[in-house]
Each structure stands twice: as structure tokens, then as C-alpha cells.
Design a protein around this ligand. Structure first.
Ligand code: T1G
Length: 705
């Protein structure tokens, strides 16, 4: 047909193979090739049935997101006009069998649903993940899926975007058979078995649709589900609306309605932000000096120092990925506590059905608790997860330097400390790298990889490969205090504290932030992370040591009162047995007293002002560290904030949010804050410059690619 789609005949069956690596996306040429192949097979008297199959690792994984990105930014895009293709498949006089494997997603599933039959390899998944990109299925998926799977299942799949496994897809009616053997052979057998039957178009299968009145509760439940799993997102609601149209309207009109809703979504800020987030996440591994040929070390065994919360979580993350773990602590009691916690966490996973008891037994067997460094010489990586204290970390690094095998990666799970100083305790600073895991380390997707002055490319490549093996997204940061994430968090967090001195209350600030879309408010985060931990970091980093720097005193007072947050049941909030934060009048009084002592007349703040003061602080610091080179790209900062700090993906991360709100608007406000609030609001030169030139952080990234 063309280079992307080929046609061959096997025993009276036309085999149409899509070959567009890596994921057979519907890039320009693929739909055309498919349509031509279907036409040719129909015109060939020797052909009795047609099989469509994907070469390589998957059937079609959807439309080409690069083209969607163009469309989202209003640039000329070659988005496939799939409607003609789908009609050609569905109207084929000869039965079309879709042979699915890998990830049949988005436009891939939509093409498959236009076929007359679908068979799926056992380990395959199918899904409509468009909401992850801020859009809805745009190639009649919202019209055919409810016809195959029923309205309830279609809503669930389109609203959550989660792919379903082959068995579930079969139970739901999305596929007709799940097969174990060679997929092509199975498809040929299947095709020959149905070759003599008249093909039944999916669009005419109306029996599962129900009626608008009868489905009212399902639509309401769908909207509730959208609000729960994707708070503030537009696309899932539009997906429900499109499925309603499938029920209420004839097929062709339903498709027209879907197209309109799709067009609304593609042109939205949310689609731009989410498509940006998709490529940003895949772009983080692209680093100067690192190529496919950079010798990354496979990680099969990891030794961890410290069996506390972080060490234990890292051990679980490794064990989950099939990595052997030596877990060392200096005291038996601490080791026992660490292992008990790991066991308890796994028990919860079994109770929730996430793992089987056998799966947990396998994982536990991979974790070897010990008091000594025995066996550390066999580790591919050693990760120190001790107290956040420079002296302790340096001592540990000098010890492991003496034991570790040549080429072993020496990682430190510091969240703020200077990697070069830690590396100076060894004779091999090139092997030292920061591996900043986020708590709980077995759950959180982000791994900040900190490059020291001497860290070698091989070690960085190994760390990136390690992150992938752990199913995490590894983002490389420079060795500045707090790296990317925490460095930006400090001004954001302190600004929230200044706000409460000036008249807001923690619960009001947190509400403004969660309404904005943050997963948690900053005061709730502080209570979770530990007010004692924050206090220790302040001492290490000497945040307020310079004369004239404004210092927020309430947090210190909470520390002195032993209110360490969730762990002591009291912090900024008070926590009952349900662990939900509640306002504590004692804190309210403390805040009011602090304002009075400072001679501050408290005033009211709007939610918008709170967002500006906090989120713009994040953006301003982000611009600063970007220009310093602590982050390689604005997009990397966005990936850090979405995956590690609960920033809403639908806003694309702080830098994309800033772009979309308008850098000129933000720069003007930052300048105002600078004039009224002082030096800490000094505008980042990059922000000022980009705003003045009418450019964006996205432009900045592009120009430096
Ligand atoms: N378009 C373009 N490039 C894609 C792509 C796609 N659909 N999917 C993946 N890639 C690239 C990706 O950027 C990366 O490139 C490489 O493939 C490997 O991906 C009409 C409008 C398929 C499960 O949302 O979920 O259809 O970085 O590193 O972990 O209604 O990619 O190597 O240069 O992620 O094995 C719907 C998105 C589109 C699927 C594979 N489809 N992709 O995961 O590898 S909208 C999706 C994924 C649509 C219709 C609508 C995953 C994957 P590079 P990877 P992976």
C-alpha cells in the first residue's frame, strides 16, 4: 500500500499490517494506507475475509499526538480524517477481523471498533485514554463503545481513561475473543470461521444503548465519577455528553455531536496543558551528552542504608520492580520497625486487592534486613537514606566508598543537601548522584536525579534507567539548594505563612490552593511532611540567616510546642482518629497573637490574591532556577511539580500555567509585590525578559532544543 501499511494474502484472507514504529500511531499515511488496503481486499475476488494487525509491540496506540499538539496550539495539523476510513471498514462487504495486541488505545480502539470482530492477545489492553490529553475520543469512539460495551462501561472507560485488560474487555463485549497463541495464526483461523457470515456493522448494534430517561442515573454517576477522579477537568464531562448523544441521536448525528465536542476540547487550555505534560514527561530523558550508547549499568541489586520511612519505601519500590535489596540499619530495633512497616504496608495492599499474598511473599523475600555492610560489594547501586544531616551523610559515604564495587552507583536520598559536598567524602565523586525519592517512595512517581559537578554521564544514564525500571519518572536537576522541587517549594511555602500573618488563615489558604487544583493545601502538606523536618531543613539551609530577611515565626512556635504535624496529631491543624485536618482554635489564636506582636493589621484576602501570592512565587523561583541551569527545561519543572507536588496536570505544571495565564500579567504582578512586599519578590530576570519580549517558557524551551 505504502511504507506504513502493507497487504498480503494468506489462504483467502487479506492480511493488512500497520507498521509505523514505535507505537503504530495514526500518522499521516496510515489511515490512507488502511483505507486503500480495505478497498483493494474488497476488490479482490480471492479474498473472503480481512485481518488487520499491527507490526511490532502494539496494535495502533492512537492518533499521532504530535499532530494533536499542533491542533491544540492552533497551528496547521494533519489530524487524520478517520470518518471515511471507519465507514469503509464498517461497510466492507467482507468481514474485517481486528487482531489486537499491546496497547490498543484511542484512535486505535476506534479503528478496531469499526471492524466486525475483534480478537485480543491475552496480555493486551484496550482503552480510550483521551481525557489524559484533555480531549474526548474524536473518531466515533463515544458512539461505538456504548454500542459494544453498554453505556455504563463506556462512561467508565472514557471518563477515567484507564485501559482495560483483555479479559475485562471480553466480558464487556468490546472484544470477541482472547487468544494465547500466535496472534496472526489465531486471527486467520478466526477470519476463516466467519468468512461466510454477512458482516454486521457496529453502528447498527443498538441493543445495549437503553434510553435517555432510563440512563439518567448512569449519566449522573458518570459526572460524579468525573468530579471525583478528575476534579476540574473539562474533557470527562464532554465525554459523558457525547455518550448521551449516542443514545439520544441517530448514529450519524451522534458522530457529528462528538466532533463538535471534540473540537471544543482540542481548543481548550486544558488540552494544551495536558498534551504538553505528555511530551514533557517523555522529554525528561533527553539530556545533552547522553545517547543510547551511553553505558548505563543494569540495576539488579540495590543496597539501602537506613530502614526509616524513606529507606523502607525505596526498598518496597525496588522489590516491586524485581530488584534484590539489602536493607541496612545500625540498630536491630530500627531494622525491626522498618521491616514491620514494610510488612504492614504490603498487608494493606493485599487487603485492597493490589497484590496477591504470593506476590507479597516474593517481594518480602527480595528484601534482606541486616546490621552490617555485608554484601554491599555486590550491589549495583547503594542508596543512602539516613537523616538529613551533612555530617552523618559524609560519614556514610566515606564508609561505602571503601566497600562498593567499581562502577557501583552511590546515591543519596537527600531532599536538599549539597551533593558535591557529600561526594567529597569519597574518592569517586563521578559515581555519586542524588536520588531524591518522594514519600511514600513506593507510591510517588517522581524521582529527582541530582547531578553533581563530577557525576558522570554513565551514572546519570544509569539513574534514569533505574527510574524507568521502578516505573517512575526521573527528572535531572542541578545541584542547587533544594534542587528543583524543594527550592521552588520554599518561597511558595513561606509566602503562604506570610499570608497568615497578614490576615488569612491556614484553612483559607489551603482551600484557595485546592480550589486552584493542588492535590493538597500547603499547610496540610507541611503537617504531613513534618514540622520538625521543615525546622531541621531551615537550620541546615540557613534560610533566614541573612539580616533583614523576613522570617515567618509561627512555624517555629509550632515546633517549640511539639506540634510536629500528623505524627503528633497536631500541627497547623488538629487531627482526629480519621486523620482529617480540623481547625484548631489554639493555632488561630497563636496566629492572631503573632500578627499583633509584629504590629500587623490583619486584613481579608481573596482566593485569587492567595493564588497569586503563592503560585506566582513558585513561578518566579522556577524562572530563576531555569536561567541558572538548575533545571534544563521549563517542561522539566512542570514534570516535577505534577508528579511530586500535586500540581494539577490539567494546568500543565507551574511554568505552562504561567504561559497560559500570560507572562506579562504575572511579571507585572510580581513587580508590584516586589514594590510592596520587598526583596524576596525580586523579579526573576528571565521572567521579566520573556514577558517584555512577548515570549513564553515554552518558546524558551523550543529555542534551546
Ligand atoms: N502519538 C505520537 N507519539 C506517540 C504516541 C502517539 N499516540 N504514543 C506514544 N508515542 C511516542 C512517545 O512520545 C515516545 O516517543 C514513544 O512513542 C514511546 O512511548 C482520534 C484523538 C502507547 C502505552 O493517548 O499511552 O487517538 O519519546 O515512552 O511506556 O480519538 O506511549 O521515544 O520519542 O510512552 O511503552 C490516544 C498515548 C491518542 C496513547 C507506550 N492515545 N501513549 O508506552 O513508551 S488521542 C494515547 C501511551 C486519539 C482519537 C484521539 C504510551 C504507550 P519518544 P513511551 P511506553
Amino acid at each position: 500500500m505504502n511504507g506504513l501499511v502493507k497487504l498480503e494474502k494468506r489462504d483467502g484472507v487479506a492480511v493488512v499490517t500497520i507498521d509505523n514504529p514505535p507505537v503504530n500511531a495514526l500518522s499521516p499515511g496510515v489511515p490512507e494506507g488502511l483505507e486503500a488496503a480495505i478497498a483493494q481486499a474488497n476488490g479482490d475476488a480471492d479474498v473472503r475475509a480481512i485481518v488487520v494487525i499491527g507490526a511490532g509491540r502494539t496494535f495502533i496506540a492512537g492518533a499521532d499526538i504530535k499532530e494533536l499538539e499542533f491542533a491544540a496550539w492552533g497551528q496547521p495539523a494533519k489530524l487524520p480524517a478517520l470518518h471515511g476510513l471507519l465507514a469503509a471498514i464498517e461497510d466492507s462487504a467482507k468481514p474485517v477481523v481486528m487482531a489486537l495486541h499491546g496497547t490498543t488505545l484511542g484512535g486505535g480502539l476506534e479503528v478496531a471498533m469499526a471492524g466486525h470482530y475483534r480478537i485480543c492477545a491475552r496480555d493486551g489492553v484496550v482503552g480510550q485514554p483521551e481525557v489524559n490529553l484533555g480531549i474526548i475520543p474524536g473518531a466515533e469512539g463515544t458512539q461505538r463503545l456504548p454500542r459494544l460495551a453498554g453505556v455504563e462501561k463506556a462512561i467508565e472507560m472514557c471518563v477515567t481513561g484507564k485501559p482495560v485488560k483483555s479479559g475485562d474487555a471480553m466480558a464487556a463485549g468490546v472484544v470477541d475473543a482472547v487468544v494465547d497463541g500466535d496472534l496472526l495464526e489465531e486471527a486467520l483461523t478466526f477470519a476463516k470461521g466467519v468468512a461466510d457470515r454477512a458482516p454486521a456493522p457496529t453502528r447498527e448494534r443498538n441493543e445495549k444503548l437503553g434510553t435517555p430517561e432510563g440512563n439518567a442515573a448512569l449519566y449522573a454517576a458518570g459526572r460524579a465519577l468525573a468530579a471525583k477522579v478528575r476534579r476540574g477537568a473539562l474533557a470527562p464531562l464532554k465525554a459523558v455528553e457525547a455518550i448521551e448523544a449516542a443514545v439520544a441521536l441517530p448514529f450519524a448525528e451522534g458522530c457529528r455531536r462528538e466532533r463538535e465536542l471534540f473540537a471544543e476540547c482540542v481548543a481548550s487550555d486544558q488540552a494544551r496543558a495536558l498534551i504538553h505534560a505528555f511530551f514533557a514527561e517523555r522529554g525528561v530523558t533527553k539530556l545533552p551528552g547522553i545517547t543510547k550508547d551511553t553505558a548505563a549499568r543494569p540495576i539488579a541489586r540495590v543496597a539501602i542504608i537506613g530502614a526509616g520511612t524513606m529507606g523502607g519505601g525505596i526498598a518496597m519500590a525496588c522489590a516491586n520492580a524485581g530488584i534484590d535489596v539489602l536493607l541496612r540499619d545500625t540498630e536491630q530495633a530500627a531494622l525491626n520497625r522498618g521491616m514491620d512497616t514494610i510488612r504492614r504496608n504490603y498487608d494493606i495492599s493485599v487487603a485492597r486487592g493490589r497484590f496477591t499474598p504470593e506476590g507479597v511473599a516474593e517481594r518480602m523475600a527480595r528484601i534482606h534486613p541486616q546490621l552490617s555492610y555485608t554484601g554491599f560489594e555486590t550491589a549495583d547501586a547503594i542508596i543512602e537514606a539516613a537523616f538529613e544531616n551533612m555530617a552523618i551523610k559524609k560519614k556514610i559515604f566515606s564508609e561505602i566508598d571503601a566497600i562498593a564495587a567499581p562502577g557501583c552507583v552511590l546515591g543519596t536520598n537527600t531532599s536538599t543537601l549539597n551533593i558535591d559536598e557529600i561526594a567529597s567524602a569519597t574518592k569517586r565523586p563521578e559515581s555519586v548522584v542524588g536520588l531524591h525519592f518522594f514519600s511514600p517512595a513506593n507510591v510517588m512517581r517522581l524521582l529527582e536525579i541530582v547531578r553533581g559537578a563530577a557525576t558522570s554521564n554513565e551514572v546519570l544514564a544509569t539513574a534514569l534507567g533505574f527510574a524507568k525500571k521502578l516505573s517512575k519518572v526521573g527528572v535531572v536537576a542541578g545541584n542547587c539548594p533544594g534542587f528543583i522541587g524543594n527550592r521552588m517549594l520554599f518561597p511558595y511555602m513561606y509566602e503562604a505563612q506570610f499570608l497568615i500573618e497578614e490576615g488569612a488563615m491556614p484553612e483559607q489558604v489551603d482551600k484557595a490552593l485546592t480550589d486552584f487544583g493542588m492535590a493538597m493545601g500547603i499547610f496540610a502538606v507541611d503537617d504531613m511532611a513534618g514540622i520538625d523536618v521543615a525546622w531541621r531543613v531551615r537550620q541546615e539551609l540557613k534560610h533566614f540567616a541573612e539580616p533583614g530577611v523576613r522570617h515567618p515565626p509561627v512555624q517555629d512556635k509550632l515546633f517549640e510546642m511539639g506540634r510536629y504535624g500528623q505524627k503528633t496529631g497536631r500541627g497547623w491543624y488538629v487531627y482526629g482518629p480519621d486523620r482529617k485536618p480540623a481547625v484548631d482554635p489554639e493555632v488561630t489564636a497563636l496566629i492572631e497573637r503573632t500578627s499583633a506582636e509584629a504590629g500587623v493589621t490583619r486584613r481579608a484576602f481573596t482566593a485569587e490574591e492567595i493564588v497569586e501570592r503563592t503560585i506566582y512565587a513558585l513561578v518566579n523561583e522556577g524562572a530563576r532556577l531555569l536561567e541558572e541551569g538548575c533545571a534544563l527545561r521549563a517542561a522539566d519543572i512542570d514534570v516535577v511539580y505534577i508528579n511530586g507536588y500535586g500540581f494539577p496536570a490539567r494546568l500543565g505544571g507551574p511554568m505552562m500555567f504561567a504561559d497560559q495565564r500570560g507572562l506579562a500579567k504575572i511579571a507585572a504582578r510580581v513587580a508590584e509585590f516586589h514594590a510592596t512586599l520587598g526583596e524576596r519578590w525580586t523579579p526573576a530576570p528571565l521572567l521579566t525578559r520573556l514577558a517584555a519580549e512577548g515570549r513564553t517558557f515554552r518558546d524558551y524551551d523550543r529555542e534551546r532544543e
